[in-house]
Design a protein around this ligand. Structure first.
Ligand SMILES: Nc1ncnc2c1ncn2[C@@H]1O[C@H](COP(=O)(O)OP(=O)(O)OP(=O)(O)O)[C@@H](O)[C@H]1O
Ligand SMILES: [Mg+2]
Length: 380
């Protein structure tokens, strides 16, 4: 009988950690699970140093694995005692603040291909149209999209000398400053990076670049909730995260994981809200017809369920895709329904950032006032 690590972790989720309201896996007490055929070694760290607590934990683990996974499993439990770790403060911002950059907003999804990059590009141009100073950092090391979506694939960031130091100058188009990992790789070259390396490259694109003053820096993340995300989130001062999902069940399940990732203790990035992309299909020639091909209002319901703000919906429209491909984000079109829907969502994002910043310590606080539907940033 070959034991399955996943099943063992699932079984361990039945054990709650006293006083924490979390199970042993969620709380991070389970450090390692190694399976050798029908043998399993569980490494565990607990806060309570008493012999009784250790014994109790060990017995519980044996019981639950025997009951839930395999009654004849040979189990070794290594219990280590660790002093309780200080819990991070709620809404604490990680990483060092970036001089001149007021808000960093991460756009994530969970599932790939749901339109993160499309949404990020359009949020960026909408913010720029409203008069904000906007930067866009394409952090998708697997498939950087921004050079194409902003029609700057042929450009390279130049070096500029700032106070005796050489810095990267972001490429600019449509009022948005852009850096992308795509500017530094060969077209067609696959980049295989581990989390810490990716975080280092991104750190350089933030700290060793001359962004100047920015009201918003948008971060287009790769899909998923992996190692790379954890490294990025822990090293950069992210103000808040926006999660993009289609209404489809498989996308929603991953979006839920995305929200959970930001909300876990070690990350603790406030979720500004969920955007429903491809909410319905509208043919260009029949603008009043809506076809809910991926299901109806799935992301809206997810937001309600998770008690995070719903930021709005974007229809599946051919011109949005075409605009992305030709490198001129659809929100740049004037007086169209598409421009309006991006503008509404952008305003909602700004409002959520304002609300979120009211809870920030004074050093990071900025004042954004929303005036007659448009917004402006006031410096302190
Ligand atoms: N609302 C929309 N209407 C029409 N096409 C869309 C819409 N949103 C995204 N697309 C198209 O869907 C495809 C995937 O979008 P996009 O690249 O933005 O997704 P992504 O989540 O960033 O993907 P990845 O996970 O690969 O980074 C693109 O071809 C894009 O043009
Ligand atoms: Mg993308």
């Amino acid at each position: 009988m070959k034991l399955d690590k996943k099943e063992i972790l699932k079984a361990l989720e039945n054990i709650t950690v006293p006083g924490e309201g979390q199970n042993m896996v969620e709380s991070g007490a389970v450090k390692n699970v190694v399976v050798f055929g029908d043998e399993v070694v569980v490494d565990i760290t607990i806060n309570n140093p008493s012999l009784q607590a250790r014994k109790k934990t060990e017995v519980e683990i044996l019981k639950v694995i025997h009951a839930e996974v395999y009654e004849k499993a040979k189990i070794t439990v290594n219990v280590k005692v660790d002093a309780p770790a200080a819990k991070p403060k709620v809404n604490e911002i990680k990483g060092k603040p970036v001089p001149g950059i007021k808000n960093i907003i991460a756009v994530a999804s969970g599932k790939g291909g749901v339109g993160k990059s499309t949404v990020t590009a359009n949020l960026a141009v909408s913010l720029a149209k409203m008069g904000f100073k906007v930067g866009l950092l394409d952090a998708d090391i697997y498939g950087p999209s921004m050079p194409i979506m902003f029609d700057v694939a042929q450009e390279k960031p130049l070096a500029v000398n700032i106070d005796g130091k050489s810095k990267m100058k972001p490429v600019e188009n449509y009022g948005v400053k852009i850096l992308s990992i795509g500017f530094f790789t060969q077209p067609g070259q696959a980049v295989i990076w581990r989390g810490p390396m990716a975080a280092k490259a991104l750190n350089q694109m933030i700290f060793d670049a001359h962004w100047g003053e920015l009201d918003f820096m948008l971060l287009d993340l790769p899909p998923g909730t992996g190692d790379i995300h954890l490294s990025i989130m822990q090293s950069l001062p992210i103000t808040g995260a926006v999660v993009v999902s289609t209404p489809q069940e498989v996308a929603l399940a991953d979006a839920r994981k995305g929200v959970a990732m930001f909300q876990q203790d070690s990350i603790n990035v406030p979720v500004l809200g969920i955007i429903e992309n491809m909410a319905y299909f509208t043919p260009e020639e029949l603008p009043n017809n809506k076809y809910y091909i991926f299901g109806k209002e799935g992301a809206k319901h997810l937001a309600e369920d998770l008690k995070v703000p719903f930021l709005g919906e974007i229809p599946l429209v051919q011109s949005i895709r075409e605009a992305g491909d030709v490198g001129r984000p659809a929100a740049l079109q004037t007086a169209t329904a598409i421009e309006n829907s991006f503008e509404e969502i952008t305003k909602k994002v700004v409002q959520e950032v304002v609300g979120r910043n009211e809870h920030l310590p004074p050093t990071e606080a900025i004042k954004i006032t929303t005036m007659a539907g448009c917004s402006a940033v006031k410096k302190k």
